[in-house]
Design a protein around this ligand. Structure first.
Ligand code: SAH
Length: 358
């Protein structure tokens, strides 16, 4: 039923480029460098969907820009909304690939859960995105595009201030594009969001952490999930490449600012990694590491081989961590009934519903 993918457009997408590259392109059209600053303002703060929107640029320049470059604007194909106000935004990309972002309302702001890839290659056994396999990396324009579109969907009372790269994909498997997109999100030329409020979440690709730390001041979260090598290697294949001790060594070397800590995510899988001995292993593993722990009860999804933990086990686990001097917060996923909660993103269910409704 899907329409054939359009021929790839050879023109560069301006939001795939660094600010320097945008300037070079604008100068190559015979313009003064300051024109590039105007263009950049339209690309990010101005959220231009097309060149026509760049109203303070001469018509001729807009026309020439259009000839040599293009702009991607992501329009949600469907929006699912759950009772708690969480919205799941489904996008069809220009090659037909589908991704999702999740827009979560908080008391005085919104948080956006951003995707970094179509599918994922990491194969974590509890994650629904893993069942898709890996399709492709998102371009910088498709990453920052999720943020630009979400900004148009919130009001001033609750602006979009927080981003978590916990949607589809493994951000560090798409590091080059991620870093360009983060430049647009945090940088002077871009949205200027707060580096403390933008969090990159990774399965723990130890060999990429140093480059991430060099490339961006954004906050870091690591999906630890299992505190011993034997079990972690079974559930998270990445652990066969980078053991827990390798991961810890790379985290100890990570360039953290003095007041900041690494977040460790720990998905509690009923009866699997939620026993008191796992809590004690976790405490032992974190020794010497500036960190805090986010406990996430597993969100069941179709076909998952795991179940949610029992409430009393979750609370007991948290208590052991706190008694062991760890900061441990319980994170309840939002938007579960629309399949928007952690680990439920597969960009499928909503599309199927939509097609049925057509
Ligand atoms: N690849 C990155 C980001 C995507 S996963 C990473 O692994 O961090 C984002 C978070 O959701 C991870 O902490 C992951 O462990 C968690 N997660 C995945 N599936 C889940 C599920 N079914 N229930 C609860 N959390 C889940």
């Amino acid at each position: 039923m899907s329409t054939p993918a359009a021929k790839p457009d050879p023109r560069p997408d301006l939001r795939d480029l660094t600010p320097q590259q945008v300037q070079d392109l604008v100068v190559s059209l015979g313009e003064k460098p300051f024109r590039a600053r105007q263009v950049l303002r339209w690309l990010y703060k101005g959220a231009a969907g097309d060149f026509e929107a760049m109203s303070d640029l001469a018509k001729g320049l807009r026309q020439r820009l259009h000839e040599v470059s293009r702009l991607t604007w992501l329009t949600p194909q469907a929006v699912g909304e759950s009772g708690d106000g969480t919205r799941k935004l489904l996008y069809a990309l220009d090659d037909g690939a589908r991704i999702e972002s999740v827009l979560i309302p908080e008391e005085d702001h919104h948080t956006l859960c951003v995707s970094s890839q179509v599918g994922c290659a990491q194969g974590c056994k509890f994650c629904k995105t893993a069942t898709l396999g890996f399709r492709r990396n998102l371009r910088p324009a498709e990453i920052v595009g999720q943020v630009l579109t979400a900004r148009t969907m919130v009001d001033e009372a609750r602006p979009l201030t927080n981003l978590v790269f916990m949607g589809m994909g493994e951000p560090l498997d798409n590091l080059d594009n991620l870093l360009i997109a983060l430049g647009h999100i945090l940088g002077e030329h871009g949205l200027q969001m707060s580096q403390r409020k933008v969090t990159i979440s990774t399965v723990g690709l130890a060999d990429k952490l140093a480059a991430l730390g060099r490339g961006t001041p954004a906050a870091l979260a690591v999906s630890l999930n299992v505190p011993n090598d034997a079990l972690r290697s079974r559930i998270m294949p990445v652990n066969r490449r980078f053991s827990l001790s390798t991961l810890k060594a790379s985290l100890l070397a990570y360039p953290l600012k003095p007041t900041r800590r690494v977040t460790l995510e720990y998905v509690l899988l009923g009866g699997v990694n939620d026993r008191p001995e796992h809590a004690r292993e976790l405490i032992a593993w974190t020794r010497g590491l500036k960190c805090k722990v986010n406990l996430i009860p597993f969100n069941p999804h179709d076909g998952a081989a795991f179940t949610a933990p029992r409430e009393e086990d979750v609370l007991a686990f948290q208590e052991i961590l706190i008694a062991g001097n760890l900061t441990a917060l319980l994170r309840r996923s939002r938007g579960r009934e629309i399949g928007a909660a952690c680990g439920q993103l597969a960009a499928r269910a909503m599309a199927a519903e939509e097609e049925e409704g057509e």
